[in-house]
Design a protein around this ligand. Structure first.
Ligand code: NAG
Ligand code: NAG
Ligand code: NAG
Ligand code: NAG
Length: 366
């Protein structure tokens, strides 16, 4: 006869084991995230800045409500953690208590850029250089925990690294001519090259901290954000000169991927480029594609003024109801529905132009 206690034990055991059996081991031991508000998951919550999102309606569709994510639900990085087989989303560096660092950390900070001054008018932010310093601390801890440099280095080489910067260098620097001088110092092409030059040095630093499987998130069509459409009174069409500038950056970023992959002294590393731009344009130009997913592509779900993009999503503002039908969540950021498409198409490419030269699924198998 099975006692009641044994039955309870069985159910607890089985209930506990089930997710492990279904999900299996993550495809990589750890996942580290560097970036801006597209993937920030709370690192700005305690900073003195206007770039914060720990209030409703941000997180309205997220399991734990507002967390600091600039989205109604999950970000690109959240979906990727799920596809990679992690049980939990990768925690924010700011809230890490040390027990979780071996699975990876999210260092991303809203308003951050490649250039140090980018986003300063909004307040504090953790720039890419500072995010790299934070990672250096993590690496030192991992060396301690694993008991030596070689063990840590072997471990860190198996991890997957996401890097996504540049949006703020355009939005909150080059094209914000009332505050920043870069547009009078550089032509758009010079600016793209300057950014890539700085980016290269920063990414090589991450290589020196052990990164070997690295995805570089290309820029989306910033000229199509409700913010830029509203600022340019474009009547719901994308702002071409901004998109042209962003595409120049992407062009040079893709060349950087080739340069890294062809560099003999980086032979055991692989870099990939995620072509967010083309898949976003495809969704915006042809909203009825993607299983007729998007109905509204030129207005934010949460925000006010022209295209709902003049004033971004304010605390306790009532957002649109059919959030799965909107491409843009607020003046700058995409909805969970759009993030799901971009993350799934870069994890497993749907179209060969989605990623370069390989997708994330194949990168992490290397
Ligand atoms: C650390 O945080 C995790 C969740 O991220 C939690 O489960 C764990 O109990 C925490 N540990 C300590 C010692 O606070
Ligand atoms: C703005 O766009 C709408 C619909 O796309 C169109 O009906 C209207 O004529 C346009 N207005 C101007 C000033 O171009
Ligand atoms: C190749 O990588 C090394 C770092 O190991 C770097 O110093 C060098 O600048 C790179 N060369 C090119 C052509 O990118
Ligand atoms: C793949 O992407 C390219 C560039 O965005 C586009 O021209 C082409 O139609 C796409 N093909 C498919 C099958 O979606």
């Amino acid at each position: 006869m099975v006692s009641f206690n044994k039955l309870v034990m069985f159910i607890l055991f089985y209930g506990f084991m089930l997710p492990t059996l279904v999900v299996g081991k993550p495809q990589v031991p750890c996942y580290f995230i560097f970036g801006d508000s597209l993937v920030d998951n709370g690192n700005n919550n305690h900073l003195v800045t206007f770039a914060k999102a720990k209030y409703l309606p941000h997180g309205i569709d997220f399991s734990s409500g507002p967390t600091g994510r600039f989205c109604n639900g999950r970000t690109f990085a959240d979906f990727m953690a799920e596809y990679l087989g992690f049980t939990n989303h990768i925690p924010a560096f700011a809230f890490s208590n040390g027990s979780d660092i071996l699975l990876g950390l999210n260092y991303a900070s809203a308003a951050a850029g490649i250039r140090r001054e980018t986003g300063h008018h909004l307040g504090d932010r953790i720039t890419f250089d500072q995010q790299l310093q934070n990672h250096e601390l993590t690496v030192a801890t991992i060396i301690d925990v694993l008991g030596g440099y070689d063990l840590a280095s072997t471990y860190l080489q198996k991890c997957y690294y996401h890097i996504g910067f540049g949006s703020n260098d355009y939005l909150n620097n080059y094209f914000l001519t009332s505050v920043y001088e870069t547009s009078s110092m550089f032509t758009v092409d010079e600016f793209a090259k300057d950014l890539i030059h700085r980016y290269k040095t920063q990414i090589l630093k991450l290589y020196n901290y052990g990164a070997r499987k690295v995805a570089l998130h290309g820029l989306g069509p910033i000229g199509c954000t409700p913010y830029e459409m509203s600022r340019h009174y474009s009547n719901g069409s994308c702002v071409d000169y901004i998109n042209t500038a962003v595409q120049l950056f992407n062009h040079h970023l893709k060349l950087l991927v080739d340069e890294f992959n062809n560099n003999k002294s980086l032979q055991n590393a692989k870099f990939i480029y995620l072509n967010i731009y083309d898949m976003s344009i495809e969704a915006i130009r042809n909203p009825s594609a993607f299983g007729k997913r998007f109905r509204v592509v030129n207005s934010a779900c949460c925000g006010m003024g022209l295209n709902n993009g003049a004033i971004t999503c304010l605390p306790f503002e009532i957002p649109c109801r059919d959030r799965n039908k909107y491409f843009f969540w607020d003046a700058y950021h995409t909805t969970e529905a759009a993030n799901k498409i971009a993350s799934s198409r870069t994890y497993l490419a749907l179209n060969e132009s989605d990623v370069y030269p390989i997708d994330i699924y194949h990168l992490v198998q290397l």
